[in-house]
Design a protein around this ligand. Sequence first.
Ligand SMILES: [Zn+2]
Length: 120
Amino acid sequence: MKRFCLFGKWDLWLVAAALAAALGVYFIFLPGGAAEYVEVTLDGVEVARLQLDRDTEIEAGGVTVAVSDGEVYVKCSDCPDKLCVDHSPVSREGESIVCLPNRVVITAYSGEDPEVDADT
Ligand SMILES: [Zn+2]
């Protein structure tokens, strides 16, 4: 019976692993989920727009924003809390990283340029 219990445990792990994999696939291939570019604003004013397919690095308001492998993250910052640096990389539409002390907001977008219908 002990052996049976052991198998039961492994089955659970298998199910959990399968679920995690399915969930991962779901998130990776979510239609329209992947962002194409990010907008960096400083004090509410756009200072940069970065394509996620092009690795780059910019500095805005003491925050160094880096794009790498289709993700954007804060590489370093001179803010005291470093919450933006600790934030996990963003690559999905609508996600954002905020640095409150430096008033820098990084938001990911996909599809059409939001500038086009921003003021309607
Ligand atoms: Zn910060």
